[in-house]
Design a protein around this ligand. Structure first.
Ligand code: FAD
Length: 404
C-alpha cells in the first residue's frame, strides 16, 4: 500500500496537518474528509465580525478553494466517517465505502452542547458553531429585537456585544454565579459583567433555563417561576468533543482523545489534535483539552512533523483571545480557581492585565487592551517566572523590565 494520510475533520486542526505535510515535502496521498459543506475555515470571527455582518464567508477560509487541488490534497466535503477498522487500517464512510490509511488523523473537533429543555425545538432558537448556523440568523439582529443569550461564556458575551451594537435588547442568562466562570478570575468576571451592563445588556446569573414557550416560534424563556420574553434565543453553553469514533475503535478517551505531546494516540498509526484531543502539559504538569485556534494549529503542525519523520512536539504556552465592544482581551496560559490574582493597570480606563500566580509562579496573564503585557508574559510563563506580587501591581514598570 502506498503511504497515505486520511484526515477526519475539515476544521483548522485537520487542514493544518495537510498544509504542513505538503509544505514539509510529503509526497504521499493526503485526503481530508469533512462532514460540513465548507472548505476549512476560521471559527473565531463567527461570533465577532461575521456575526456583525462586517465580514463575508470567503474571508473565513484558511486557504482559497483552489489551494487543495493545487497541492494535491483530496478534500471531500459533506462526507462523514462512520467507523475506524484498526485491524484493517481502514475507515468506513456512512455510505459503506472503505478507504485504507497508513496514517489516520482524528481532528473531529467538537459539536455544540444542546440545551435539553422542553420547547427547545421551537423556531428562533439557535446555536453557534458553523458558518451555516450564523448565516441563518445574523441578518435578523435588528434594533429592538429581544435576544436572549443562554450562557455567559466567551461566545455568549461576544454575541451580546455584537447584538447590542445592532440595537437589540439583550439578556444573558447564566446558570453559575458569574459570567466567564470557568475561565477568568472573579475580578475579571465582574469587570466584564459591568462592561456589558453599562452597554445595556441585562445579565442574570444563578439562572437556569427550564423551558422555552411559544406558538411554533419561541416567545418566552422560562427560568423556574420567572419568564423572560424573547424574539430570538442563541444558546452558547459549550461543546462536546467528538470522540465517538475513537471510543468505538478502542482508542483511549478521557475528556477527549488521549494523546502524547506528539499528538500520538495509543495506536501508533493514529494521531489526534485540536478541540477533540487531550494532551499532557509539561508546563502545568497535568492534562489539558484546549479549545483554541493556536492549539489546533500548533498540534496540527506537530502531527505533520511526526508523519514527516522529524517529530517536534507542540509545547507553547496556551493562547486565546476574545473581542467584545472595543475591548481586546488576549490571554496567555491557563488559570485555575484559587490562583492568586494581581491586577496591573487601569481597569476603569479599560487598559489593564490580570496576572495569575500559582505557588508564586506566573501561570497566566489576561490582558485587556494591553498588548505589551500579553507579549511579555508568554516567555515569562514558559520560564516559570516568580514575580514579586507587590511589584507586579506597578504597571509603570514593564513585565520585561521587572523580570530582567
Ligand atoms: P473543529 O473546528 O470543530 O473541526 C472539526 C471538524 O470535524 C468539524 O467540521 C466537524 O463537523 C468535523 N467532523 C467531526 N466528526 C466527523 C466525522 N465523523 N466525519 C467527518 N467530519 C467530522 N478560539 C480562539 O483561539 N479564539 C477565539 O476567539 C475563538 N472564538 C471562537 C468563536 C466561536 C463562535 C467558535 C465556535 C469557536 C471559537 N474558538 C476560538 C475556538 C476555535 O475556533 C476552535 O478551538 C478550533 O476551531 C478547533 O478546531 P478543530 O479543527 O480542532 O475542530
Amino acid at each position: 500500500m502506498p503511504d497515505n494520510v486520511i484526515i477526519v475533520g475539515a476544521g483548522q486542526a485537520g487542514a493544518q496537518v495537510a498544509i504542513s505535510l505538503r509544505s514539509g515535502g510529503y509526497t504521499g496521498k493526503v485526503t481530508i474528509i469533512g462532514d460540513e459543506s465548507q472548505i476549512p475555515y476560521e471559527r473565531p470571527p463567527l461570533s465577532k465580525h461575521f456575526l456583525a455582518g462586517e465580514m463575508e464567508a470567503d474571508r473565513l477560509f484558511m486557504r482559497p478553494a483552489d489551494y487543495y487541488a493545487q497541492n494535491n490534497i483530496d478534500i471531500r466535503l459533506n462526507t462523514t466517517v462512520a467507523r475506524i477498522d484498526r485491524a484493517a487500517s481502514a475507515i468506513e464512510l456512512t455510505d459503506g465505502s472503505r478507504m485504507p490509511y497508513s496514517w489516520l488523523v482524528l481532528s473531529t473537533g467538537g459539536r455544540v452542547r444542546k440545551l435539553n429543555a422542553p420547547g427547545g425545538d421551537l423556531d428562533g432558537i439557535y446555536y453557534l458553531r458553523t458558518i451555516d448556523d450564523v448565516g441563518a440568523y445574523r441578518d435578523r439582529l435588528k434594533p429592538g429585537l429581544r435576544l436572549v443569550i443562554v450562557g455567559g461564556g466567551y461566545i455568549g458575551l461576544e454575541v451580546a456585544a455584537v447584538a447590542r451594537k445592532k440595537g437589540c435588547q439583550v439578556t444573558v442568562l447564566e446558570m453559575l454565579p458569574m459570567v466567564l466562570n470557568r475561565v477568568v478570575a472573579p475580578e475579571m468576571s465582574k469587570y466584564y459583567a459591568d462592561v456589558h451592563a453599562a452597554a445595556g445588556v441585562t445579565i442574570r446569573v444563578n439562572t437556569t433555563v427550564t423551558a422555552f414557550a411559544g406558538d411554533g416560534h419561541v416567545r418566552e424563556v422560562k427560568c423556574g417561576n420567572e419568564t423572560v420574553p424573547a424574539d430570538m434565543v442563541i444558546v452558547g453553553i459549550g461543546i462536546i468533543p467528538n470522540t465517538e469514533l475513537a471510543t468505538a475503535a478502542g482508542l483511549k478517551v478521557e475528556n477527549g482523545i488521549v494523546v502524547d505531546e506528539l499528538t500520538r494516540t495509543n495506536d501508533p498509526h493514529i494521531l489526534s489534535m485540536g478541540d477533540c484531543a487531550n494532551h499532557p502539559s509539561a508546563l502545568y504538569g497535568n492534562r489539558l483539552r484546549l479549545e483554541s485556534v493556536a492549539n489546533a494549529l500548533g498540534q496540527g503542525r506537530a502531527a505533520a512533523s511526526v508523519i514527516l519523520g522529524n517529530p517536534v512536539p507542540f509545547t507553547e504556552v496556551p493562547m486565546f483571545w476574545s473581542n467584545q465592544y472595543d475591548l481586546k482581551l488576549q490571554m496567555n496560559g491557563v488559570s485555575m480557581p484559587g490562583d492568586q490574582v494581581v491586577i496591573r493597570g487601569d481597569m476603569a480606563g479599560h487598559k489593564f492585565s490580570a496576572c495569575y500566580l500559582r505557588d508564586g509562579i506566573l501561570v497566566a496573564c489576561h490582558a485587556v487592551n494591553q498588548p505589551r503585557d500579553f507579549m511579555a508574559s508568554k516567555p515569562l510563563i514558559a520560564s516559570r517566572w516568580r514575580p514579586d506580587p507587590a511589584k507586579l501591581t506597578d504597571a509603570a514598570v514593564t513585565l520585561k523590565d521587572m523580570a530582567a
